[in-house]
Design a protein around this ligand. Structure first.
Ligand code: TYD
Length: 222
């Protein structure tokens, strides 16, 4: 069975659905994407799961450079543009063709990460980030964005228990608190009806079920 998605919300003409997962460190985005992917496939959808920065050969190479803990001397403008470069490649190569083909695309971070981390927390400016995001995504917005919201301290603690620590994880607790506040602010001020705020301090199972209820509702799955 191959189900297609009824897409009433998109500003694009493509029939697929773009669902992004956002939030600070340790919110469990990748676990939830794996679980949602399995559920959607079982329900008959064609699903593709990706992460940013990364997801294509070129974008993964950019990821290595932008997140390497060795690159402490990276200029801030370089960081901004590298995230956008990785994004431009993944949208061109995978996201947009998949949406045109009617697939459900699940993404671990996308344009809102640049809005929050570079635009709001580092103060690069929202207008500029919005322009760059529109260039790299070809004016594509997600149909649905889950914010996995979690106290910064708890997120960092969870992150430290997993082995993978990157350049941006090394920022102070203050930075991570700022990230959380910025996401919450973005959800409150964004005019688009695409945000779903999830309490990520719950168990993984509870978060999974909360996400699935919303997906069933929004994708009209019986
Ligand atoms: P990753 O290891 O994928 O972290 P997480 O599991 O929290 O998603 O590293 C991605 C890091 O890059 C994360 O700290 C957020 C940051 N980032 C930006 O600052 N801007 C961006 O546009 C993107 C996509 C990520």
């Amino acid at each position: 069975m191959k189900r297609t998605v009824e897409n009433k919300q998109t500003r694009r003409n493509a029939p697929g659905w773009l669902i992004t997962f956002e939030g600070g460190e340790g919110g469990g985005k990748s676990t939830q994407i794996t679980r949602l992917r399995a559920r959607l496939i079982k329900a008959g959808f064609q699903v593709i799961a990706l992460r940013e920065p990364g997801g294509t050969v070129i974008s993964e190479q950019i990821r290595t450079v932008v997140l390497s803990s060795k690159n402490t001397g990276m200029a801030f403008t370089t960081e901004v543009l590298l995230f956008q470069a990785a994004r431009a490649q993944i949208y061109r190569e995978i996201v947009l063709p998949s949406l045109i083909a009617g697939k459900v695309v699940l993404m671990d971070r996308s344009r809102d990460s640049s809005v929050v981390y570079q635009g709001m927390v580092r103060g690069f400016g929202l207008d500029l980030i919005e322009k760059l995001n529109n260039i790299s995504t070809q004016d594509t917005y997600p149909n649905l964005t889950f914010l996995l919201d979690l106290e910064a301290k708890l997120g960092l603690l969870r992150r430290q228990q997993s082995e993978e620590i990157n350049r941006l994880d090394q920022e102070s607790l203050q930075f991570h608190k700022h990230v959380r506040r910025a996401y919450q602010q973005l959800v409150q001020t964004d005019k688009m009806d695409r945000w779903e705020l999830i309490d990520a301090s719950q168990s993984q199972r509870q978060v999974e079920l909360a996400i699935w209820r919303i997906i069933q509702d929004r994708l009209f799955i019986k």
